[in-house]
Design a binder for this molecule. Structure first.
Ligand SMILES: Cc1ncc(COP(=O)(O)O)c(C=O)c1O
Length: 393
């Protein structure tokens, strides 16, 4: 099988970012990267805030937040009345979990592809309420039909009070068929929370098309927003039950304002988020998606080849827009969370390349992302430098 051609670069895109040129940044997925124009937009808002904090917070801020929320919801194809701005996906998940009113005998079902911190949040909520957490293993190579079937069989109607499923998984970079999963759960009367942390900006799919009870996604990863910007979307039947983690002055205003106003915070990341969408649209959202997914596929293949992984053993993410790909590491490498962190740091320090190293199912994985600021040469360089580094255990 021949190596796929890398995509055409997007001219000048690297110059939009203030990334250290001495480093290859191949891990956009973890914390994103904020374009310079968006950083400036946020700084202008901070300047305005600091010129008169009283005026900034007390005159019109709630309306500006509402305006931003409608803008971001429309971009996501979500019902603007069902959307609420939150700081990040982790917060959105915690808000949903603690609003469910779980009791002993209830259970939350999630999968073994779920994000670690979300799993910890589920465990804490279960400890607090006496409910149980059940984790469904899903093989990496399962087809969409097999995934839906596995979930359908695992649901226990009347007992499973929430199914938590990722739209794009973090450790395994897999696109799950969340619309079909949500439809199956709906048939059995089980509510669904979709962790869509990586979806805004990366996928063209709409939130409405998923049909989940709860959906939460970060704008600060692939939609170029300043960090601290996420949208939680809640189906109409749940909105009145959703409570913020912190009660503040908008508590009596109902959903979504009571969720958004979380006392004195720096709200400028939310207000600057539309500048991130403007950057994405200016570059051409479809072009960016095709570029990023194509580059991740190219990177997976050249680095996979260098590590001696046959193309048939390189996991397919399951969709043409997924801009993250994983490569299996040799058995014994990065098999624990600590081992994965240590290897990730070693790669960053020794070969000036930021990647994600994850440990999943007792095996270590290298995760590579594609972004407009990356070039094929960065993956080719990694392909040359990584094998000798991994050989020195
Ligand atoms: C699938 C998934 N869920 C949740 C999160 C958490 O995102 P945040 O740290 O913005 O809350 C991440 C972060 O990478 C993720 O990949």
């Amino acid at each position: 099988m021949s190596v796929p051609q890398p995509p055409e670069p997007i001219p000048g895109a690297r110059l939009l970012f203030s990334l250290d040129p001495a480093v290859s940044h191949l891990n956009h997925g973890s914390f994103g990267a904020v374009p310079i124009t968006v950083q400036r937009a946020q700084q202008r808002l901070r300047d305005e805030m600091e010129s008169n904090p009283l005026r900034f917070f007390t005159q019109g801020l709630v309306d500006r937040i509402a305006h931003t929320r409608r803008h971001l919801a429309t971009f996501l194809g979500a019902d603007p009345d069902g959307a609420a701005l939150v700081g990040n996906t982790t917060t959105g998940v915690a808000v949903v979990l603690q609003s469910l009113g779980l009791r002993p005998g209830d259970e939350i079902l999630s999968t073994d592809h779920g994000y670690g911190a979300v799993g910890l949040s589920i465990q804490r909520e279960c400890r607090r309420t006496g409910a149980e957490s059940r984790v469904l293993p899903i093989p990496l190579e399962a087809t969409d039909e097999q995934v839906v079937e596995a979930v359908r069989e695992a649901l226990r109607p009347g007992r499973t009070r929430l199914l938590v499923v990722d739209q794009i998984t973090s450790a395994t970079a897999r696109l799950f068929p969340v619309a079909a999963i949500a439809a199956t759960a709906r048939e059995q009367g089980v509510p669904v929370l979709v962790d869509a942390a990586h979806v805004p900006g990366m996928l063209s799919a709409t939130v409405a098309g998923v049909g989940a009870d709860f959906w939460v996604g970060n704008l600060h990863k692939w939609a170029y927003a300043p960090r601290g910007t996420a949208v939680l979307v809640v189906a109409p039947q749940w909105r009145e039950r959703i409570e913020p983690l912190v009660v503040s002055w908008e508590q009596e205003s109902g959903y979504p304002a009571r969720l958004e106003w979380q006392a004195t915070l720096d709200y400028t990341s939310w207000l600057a988020a539309p500048a991130g969408l403007f950057t994405l649209r200016s570059l051409g959202a479809d072009r960016v998606r095709a570029h990023n997914a194509g580059l991740a596929a190219y990177g997976q293949r050249v680095v996979g080849d260098a590590l001696g992984v046959a193309p048939t053993h390189l996991p397919d993410p399951g969709g043409p827009e997924v801009a993250m790909r994983i490569i299996p590491l040799a058995p014994g490498l990065a098999t624990t969370v600590e081992g994965a962190r240590a290897l990730q740091q070693r790669i960053a320090e020794r070969i000036a390349t930021e990647v994600a190293v994850t440990s999943w199912n007792g095996r270590g994985w290298l995760r590579l992302c594609g972004q407009v600021y990356n070039s094929p040469e960065e993956y080719e360089r990694l392909a040359v430098r990584l094998p000798p580094l991994l050989a020195q255990r």
